[in-house]
Design a protein around this ligand. Structure first.
Ligand SMILES: Nc1ncnc2c1ncn2[C@@H]1O[C@H](COP(=O)(O)OP(=O)(O)OP(=O)(O)O)[C@@H](O)[C@H]1O
Length: 472
């Protein structure tokens, strides 16, 4: 969607110096040498919308229109309008030395490059304005009504995106007004936007969805036309009832405000908006230049200048958070698994079938030596840890040894006995109620080793009163 927007518009004008102006040397206050007919105007329109511009004489309507048209440069602020802006007035904008027809041709050639389309538009304008032979006369000879007809006809036909109608409608005769009204409505329906300034409020009420009431160069009200009109009528009633001295005092006070206006206030508003959109103090020289010097398109309205809002810095914890979480998870699994083995008293040898006998037997011997006076559970836990540590080196000795656990399940009996025969043993009496599991725990060994040492295959072979071998 094409943009139609002005923001923070001000205009400063130099005052003509009076001849007998009191100097600051004789004690009187120095007078400002400029005044501000416009003081911070912002307005945006959507396609097909019409906005009315109202205000008492000298409020700044015409000046604002000329800034919108790009005919006058604002002192501060931005004008962002992407398409054609056509300006219609009853006294400005046409070349007065040229004829009506020459004005039509020149202005349409600026808008359209195709010759055929230009001649088509020229015919449209000449038919619409019905100026007859006046079209061959210099515009300088036109009445304000004839001037308004020509200016308005060109503005409505020259491919506009925005049409500015500056106090034109109130000077037209009724038959021409009716044709103009129909044309304006048709253009609005096709998406053309309008700003209409007029002293006849009926003309504004007819077309404008919103109205801006300009009062001594600032926005007194901007909103739905009916609401703003009501406020404006109250004001007009109020001022009509003032006595002449009261009225003069009121006008003098308002004009004094225009003389002593501080443009920095408008700049501060602009800065607040910039900061809200991610600019920082570092950008201030750029902001100042855009606002006071360049005065082109609003920096925030230009898509490629969209400001990337500063991202909050990620802390080192946030950056490495996922890694820490993963490590914590791995630790928890290891601890939990170890804990489970300790509690269940299960040997890692049953879980790691590739453990080799040589290393395991060495370990078992050491364990057995240390078993006296020690808690069996802690002994088992040490075994598990130690076996886990040795698991990788154990696997490399596979040619010389076989796994204790696999010996019980898959290896030949000769290799099993060879393994178990290398364990230092002692003999014990089996008591009533003894189980393989219980004996394995008591002598810090495994059920499988006891089975191998005694050549038994199940619990039922363990008879009370019999003598069996267990590791020392
Ligand atoms: N060329 C100029 N030099 C000095 N002051 C100017 C000039 N043009 C306009 N002004 C002043 O700027 C202010 C705004 O004028 P502007 O013509 O925009 O008012 P307006 O609202 O269109 O008034 P009106 O309804 O009488 O046409 C007025 O105070 C006017 O005196």
């Amino acid at each position: 969607m094409e943009k139609i927007e002005i923001k923070y518009i001000t205009k400063e004008l130099s005052l003509v110096k009076e001849k007998k102006e009191p100097s600051s040397q004789n004690g009187s206050l120095e007078k400002p040498d400029s005044f501000w007919p416009l003081r911070g105007i912002s307005l945006s329109l959507i396609p097909g919308e019409a906005v009315g511009l109202i205000g008492i004489n000298g409020a700044g309507k015409s000046m604002l229109m000329q800034i919108l048209a790009g005919r006058l440069k604002q002192t501060t602020g931005f004008r962002t309008i992407d398409g054609n802006v056509n300006y219609a007035s009853s006294c400005k904008g046409l070349d007065e030395k040229a004829t009506g027809l020459e004005n039509i041709q020149r202005l349409l050639e600026k808008r359209e490059t195709d010759e055929f389309k230009v001649s088509h538009l020229v015919n449209g304008v000449t038919d619409f304005c019905e100026l007859g032979e006046w079209l061959r006369r210099p515009v300088a000879e036109y009445s304000s009504g004839l001037y308004a007809r020509l200016s308005l006809a060109i503005a409505l036909f020259a491919n506009p995106q925005l049409v500015l109608i500056d106090s034109v409608l109130n000077v037209l005769d009724i038959p021409f007004s009716q044709r103009v009204n129909r044309k304006i409505q048709a253009l609005k329906d096709s998406g053309v936007a309008f700003v209409i300034a007029d002293t006849n409020l009926v003309n504004i009420e007819r077309f404008c969805e919103r109205t801006l009431w300009l009062q001594f160069g600032h926005v007194q009200a901007l909103g739905p036309t009916a609401d703003v009109m009501l406020q404006f009528e109250y004001f007009q009633d109020w001022i009509r009832k003032l006595t002449l001295p009261e009225k003069n005092q009121y006008l003098a006070d308002r004009q004094a405000e225009q003389l002593r206006f501080d443009v920095k206030k408008v700049y501060e508003e602009f800065k607040v908006e910039q900061f809200k959109n991610g600019f920082t103090r570092k950008d201030e020289p750029k902001m100042r230049r855009a606002f006071f010097k360049d005065r082109g398109a609003d920096p925030l309205a230009v898509p490629h200048q969209q400001v990337s809002k500063p991202q909050p810095k990620q802390s080192a914890f946030q950056r490495k958070g996922w890694l820490k979480l993963l490590l914590a998870l791995v630790c928890l699994i290891v601890i939990g698994f170890g804990g489970y083995l300790i509690i269940s008293g299960e040997s890692l040898t049953t879980l790691l079938p590739s453990f080799k006998t040589t290393s395991t037997t060495k370990h078992l011997t050491t364990s057995t030596k240390n078993k006296k006076g020690k808690n069996h559970h802690s002994s088992q836990a040490k075994k598990v840890t130690s076996q886990a540590k040795n698991s990788s080196s154990l696997s490399s000795n596979s040619s010389q040894s076989s796994s204790v656990s696999s010996a019980s399940s898959s290896s030949s009996s000769s290799s099993s006995s060879a393994s178990s025969s290398s364990i230092a043993t002692q003999t014990i009496n089996v008591n009533s109620g003894d189980t393989l599991e219980g004996l394995a725990q008591k002598y810090a060994t495994t059920v499988d080793i006891i089975k191998q040492l005694n050549n038994i295959s199940s619990e039922s072979d363990l008879k009370a009163g019999s003598i069996i071998k267990v590791p020392k």
